[in-house]
Design a protein around this ligand. Sequence first.
Ligand code: ARG
Length: 446
Amino acid sequence: MAKKLWGGRFNKKTDPLVEKFTKSNDCEIAEYDILGSIAHAEILKKCGYLTPVEANKLLVALSQIGAKRFKKDDSCEDVHTQIQNMVQEKVGDLALKLHTARSRNDQVVFATKLYCKTHIKLCEKFIDGLVSAIAKLAQKNKKVIIPGFTHLQHAQPVYLKDYFQVYIEMLERDKKRLEYISDNMTITLGAGALAGTPIPASNYNIAASKYVKELKKAGLKDLNIVTSNSLDAVSDRDFIIEFINALSILAMHLSRLAEDLIIWSTKEFDFVEIDEAFCTGSSLMPQKKNPDALELIRGNAGRLYGNLMSVLTMMKGLPLTYNRDMQLDKEPLFDSFEKVSLELKVLEGLIKTLKFNKSKIEEQLRDESLYATDMVYYLVDKKVPFKEAHAIVGRLVKYSINKGIAIQKMSQGDLKKFSGNFVKKDLINLFDPKISVKSKKSVKRK
Ligand code: ARG
């Protein structure tokens, strides 16, 4: 085991199993922990805990470590220990001063918040990629009309572009939700283990301006360092729960898009052709072209909810302030981000290559049941009360099904039996998808 950050009061070595069990070298937050240490070295210099020469040595060492790809050392207890040891290798015992007035309890919160903020930015970028792919596809097929479904049954004709706009609306809401979460995430420094440190609060903000510049490069807004309550700073994990909650909602949206495309690509529907590059085959059935990527997107939503539940449940009833349970927040956080970002990228590629089978869609649009509601409006326009019109068309549909006669093939005489208001040539015009969608005026299209 590499050098630990503690040990003085212990007579015994840690049991190797306990060492293995408690370890958490979360290198995903390494670069942010290094930024935190850079800020901290500045603060220590400002307060006289480090001479300018000492501070400079530490800053150079930290920058060198930060510049290289971080290689995880599994012999370390955690990422903070590994970075501390790496600094010590470079500057010797001077590294021991870096931990002045600092605890891993506040370090881990600082680094994880920066991880969240930068990864929220990445999510927003991936969302933009998918939104623009969907928007292009909708625009390319702007005249296409499809049967709209409720309960997965034919309902009324709708524009394909409106259908895809639904997913754009969902994704824009996801983006706003993520932005809000990031804005609401205040960065804290100076909480120490829980009680604060002897360093005056004002110093944290001034010295931190240096790394704020670094963060701006990553596209983050000005970061104000606020540690109004040090106990809260080390015990708060709301920001993780909020982030993975937003990712869960996003994953739920993606799972619905995936499911629609899975259904549409079946032989029974045959509305879309998913590009082969986004499908896989069967080891036994040679004819198969399966939408596995979409199925995994559908399935992953469950995993995301699991991640959210695991952090929520881990936090439930924890006494203030820091407890080691909290280190179990990282895996679900990293996993949720990794899964959702991959899903967004896979879907972007899949959408870009998606083809519509227009003749199949047109075939389905011939189903008369899609226009039953339009027939009701037709009667309503002739002053028949809605409920009565609904019942009349219901009886007409029943008759058509039972007798196996299309409504359009019925004689004027037959139609009159249902309502004296039916005029065959007017009725026939209603069975037109274009007329049906154009007659819906309540929707303000973007
Ligand atoms: N790995 C720990 C976590 O993620 C870091 C903080 C450890 N603090 C401590 N006092 N042992 O929560």
